[in-house]
Design a protein around this ligand. Sequence first.
Ligand SMILES: Cc1cc2nc3c(=O)[nH]c(=O)nc-3n(C[C@H](O)[C@H](O)[C@H](O)COP(=O)(O)O)c2cc1C
Length: 177
Amino acid sequence: MHLYDLSYRGCISCFTCKLKGGKSYGKCAVRDGLTPLLEKLAAADAFVLGSPIYFGNVTGEMRSFMERLLYQYLANTRQPSTLFTHKLRTAFVYTINVPESTLKATNYPALFKQNEDVLSRVFGQAGTLCSYETQQFEDYGKMVLEYFDPAQRVERRLKVFPEDCKRAYALGEKLAG
Ligand SMILES: Cc1cc2nc3c(=O)[nH]c(=O)nc-3n(C[C@H](O)[C@H](O)[C@H](O)COP(=O)(O)O)c2cc1C
């Protein structure tokens, strides 16, 4: 499912999903293009979220989606708990421009952990997979982009990216198993 194909908004803080005895308790009451996807996920055995890193975070669309997916199931109780009724296997795949070696200087590890924590809290299990130094353009010569060595990116696409794809496949197998 491609989030950019759907028409939806993030959480509007209506709190209908937290109304005592309400018919939408534990369920997002907003009806829009995201509703069928939220229903599909509630009936799934596993799911994988995927996003590029934009300005040190997941995309705006992914954040809006996560607000709607996760907040409905967060129980506002003293002990962190979930209103989701069963366990679901989940993972997050990120594509990232910077090299893995520079990760310590970024907030990305904290972002990965935060997403793992909230996905585990709600659904019971969460994994993370990253693909670094992605090739953004077929022909870097046409673009103004002076940070990266195009030849290195093309070589990485040929040598490392297929390995990333294999790891992604193995992750999918693990989730399905
Ligand atoms: C608006 C925008 C912001 C981006 N910000 C970052 C960033 O903060 N860190 C990073 O490593 N890459 C950044 N990138 C690069 C993407 O993460 C990278 O191209 C990704 O691997 C693939 O994204 P795509 O599917 O949008 O092409 C940015 C790209 C765009 C378009």
